[in-house]
Design a protein around this ligand. Structure first.
Ligand code: NDP
Length: 449
C-alpha cells in the first residue's frame, strides 16, 4: 500500500470520519492524496488555508425526493442527488447517473474525480455530479419521461448555464437529456441551451459529443502506445460494457486497426474471435435496448456468450474497461498481466480497484486512469457550451479535431507532470498532480470561500 504523506494523513482521516460508509468516495480521495505528497513537499503553500481540506468538502450537496407515476398508476419514489463539488475553475459540470446502485457516496466519488478531470481539459469548468437510484431497465418510454420531468422539477432551481451544467452518464443518454431539457425549458420559460450538454443536434447539441468519451479514451491510449513506438494495429482489444463509452471506444479502436474481441453488459460477456460486429451491438443496445447475450444468439458459430464470469479472462493486448467503478479487480489484473496485456485505458470512472492499479504499475503495463483518459466526454461538453454561447454549430471533423488535440494535450501534460515529479510513466500521479495544481491555483486566488 502507498504511504500517505504525514501532512496529508490527518486530512484523509478526517474525510473518512466525516463521510462514514462512503467507500467509493474514500477510495477516490485516498488515491488523490497519495499523489499529493510530492506536491506539498515542493509547494508547501498549497497546504495553507486548509486548501486541501476545502477541496475534499463539496461546496453544496442537494438530496431530493423524486415522486412519479408508473404505467400501472402506482406512485413510485426515488431519491435524487446533485453534488456541486468545486466551482473554482467554472460552473459545476458533470453527468447525471440513473442506476439502482446510486447513493450519496457514489455521487461524491464521481464529483470529486470530475474536479481533476475537468481541470485537466484546460477548459473553464468546475466539478459536480448527480443522479438517482432510479432503475431505467424495463421502464417504458412514458415512465422514463415522467421520471425525468419529476427529477428536473426539483433540479431546475439549482442549475443554469453559469451555475451548473449537467450531462449524461450511466442510464442517461440523448433521450433522457431531451426530456430533462424540455422540462427545464417549460419550468423556466427560457431556451437556455447551455444548461445541459449531450443534447441532440437539432436543439443545440454538438457533433461528436455522443462519440467523445470513447473516441477520446482511444486517442489517449494511442498516444500512450506511441511513447513505446507502437500502435493499435492488429492488437487484440477487450472493451467492457456496451453502452455509450464502450460502443464508441470499439468504433475508434477498430478505425485505428485494432481487433475488438469481446464486450459485455451487467449480465455477461460475448467473445467474437472474428472481431466484434459493431453494427449489431449498436442495433441491439441503441435501438432494441436488448441484452448482449442476444449478440451470440444472433451471430451463432464463432461467437460465445459467458453468463457472469469476468471479461478480463479473455486474453488481450489492450484492455479498455468502460462499464462501471471497481469492475476490474486485483485478480482480474493478475490474469490480464499473465496473458500479456500491454496497455489499459480506463473509459469508465475508477473501473480498476486500487490493487489492480498497483499490479498494472508493478508489471510496467501502460495504465491510463479514467480521470485523464475519459475526459474527452466532458471536454466535448465544454465545446458544446462554446457553440451554444456563440449560437454556432461546428462540423463533425472540426469538433473531432479539437477533441483529438485536447486528448493528446492531456496525455502529454500527465506524462510531463509525472516526469517533473520523479515518477516517469506514472499517469495516475501525473493526472492527479496536474489536475490538482490547476484547481489549487484558482482556489488560492479566490480566497477562503
Ligand atoms: P451507459 O449506461 O451507456 O452504459 C453502461 C454500460 O456498462 C452498460 O453496458 C451496462 O450494462 C454496463 N454496466 C453498468 N453497470 C454495470 C455493472 N455494475 N457491472 C457490469 N456492467 C455494468 O453508460 P456510459 O457508457 O455513459 O458510462 C460508462 C462509464 O463511463 C461510467 O463509469 C461513466 O461514469 C463513465 N463515463 C461516461 C461518460 C459519458 O460521456 N457518457 C463520460 C466519462 C465517463 P447494463 O446495460 O446491463 O446495465
Amino acid at each position: 500500500m502507498v504511504v500517505i504523506d504525514e501532512k496529508l494523513e490527518p486530512i484523509l482521516n478526517e474525510v473518512l470520519r466525516r463521510n462514514a460508509g462512503e467507500q467509493e468516495f474514500h477510495q477516490a480521495v485516498r488515491e488523490v492524496l497519495e499523489s499529493l505528497g510530492r506536491v506539498v513537499a515542493k509547494h508547501p503553500n498549497y497546504a495553507n488555508n486548509a486548501l486541501i481540506e476545502r477541496l475534499c468538502e463539496p461546496e453544496r450537496q442537494i438530496i431530493f425526493r423524486v415522486p412519479w407515476v408508473d404505467d400501472k398508476g402506482q406512485v413510485q419514489i426515488n431519491r435524487g442527488f446533485r453534488v456541486q463539488f468545486n466551482s473554482a475553475l467554472g460552473p459545476y459540470k458533470g453527468g447525471i447517473r440513473f442506476h439502482p446502485s446510486v447513493n450519496i457516496g457514489i455521487i461524491k466519488f464521481l464529483g470529486f474525480e470530475q474536479i481533476f478531470k475537468n481541470a485537466l481539459t484546460g477548459m473553464p469548468i468546475g466539478g459536480g455530479k448527480g443522479g438517482s437510484d432510479f432503475n431505467p431497465r424495463g421502464r417504458s418510454d412514458g415512465e422514463i419521461m415522467r421520471f425525468c420531468q419529476s427529477f428536473m422539477t426539483e433540479l431546475h432551481r439549482h442549475i443554469g448555464e453559469y451555475t451548473d451544467v449537467p450531462a449524461g452518464d450511466i442510464g442517461v443518454g440523448g433521450r433522457e437529456i431531451g426530456y430533462m431539457f424540455g422540462q427545464y425549458k417549460r419550468l423556466t420559460n427560457r431556451y437556455e441551451a447551455g444548461v445541459l450538454t449531450g443534447k441532440a443536434l437539432f436543439y443545440g447539441g454538438s457533433r461528436a459529443r455522443t462519440e467523445a468519451t470513447g473516441y477520446g479514451a482511444t486517442y489517449f491510449v494511442e498516444r500512450m502506445l506511441a511513447t513505446k513506438k507502437t500502435t493499435f494495429e492488429g492488437k487484440r482489444t477487450v472493451v467492457s460494457g456496451s453502452g455509450n463509452v464502450a460502443v464508441y471506444t470499439m468504433e475508434k479502436v477498430i478505425e485505428f486497426g485494432g481487433k475488438v474481441v469481446a464486450c459485455s453488459d451487467s449480465n455477461g460477456y460475448v467473445v467474437d474471435e472474428k472481431g466484434i460486429d459493431l453494427d449489431l451491438v449498436k442495433e441491439l443496445k441503441e435501438v432494441r435496448r436488448a441484452r448482449i447475450s442476444d449478440y451470440a444468439r444472433l451471430k451463432g458459430a464463432g461467437t460465445h456468450y459467458v453468463e457472469s464470469g469476468s471479461i478480463w479472462d479473455v486474453p488481450c493486448d489492450i484492455a479498455m474497461p468502460s462499464a462501471t467503478q471497481n469492475e476490474l479487480t486485483g485478480a482480474d489484473a493478475k490474469t490480464l498481466v499473465k496473458n500479456g496485456v500491454k496497455a489499459v485505458g480506463e473509459g469508465a470512472n475508477m473501473p480498476s480497484t486500487p490493487e489492480a492499479v498497483r499490479i498494472f504499475q508493478e508489471a510496467r503495463v501502460l495504465f491510463a486512469p479514467g480521470k485523464a483518459a475519459n475526459a474527452g466526454g466532458v471536454a466535448t461538453s465544454a465545446l458544446e457550451m462554446q457553440q451554444n454561447a456563440s449560437r454556432d454549430s461546428w462540423s463533425f471533423e472540426q469538433t473531432e479535431a479539437k477533441l483529438a488535440t485536447i486528448m493528446r494535450n492531456i496525455h502529454d501534460l500527465c506524462a510531463q507532470t509525472a516526469d517533473e515529479y520523479g515518477a516517469p510513466g506514472d499517469y495516475v500521479l501525473g493526472a492527479n498532480i496536474a489536475g490538482f495544481v490547476r484547481v489549487a491555483e484558482a482556489m488560492d486566488a479566490l480566497g477562503v470561500i
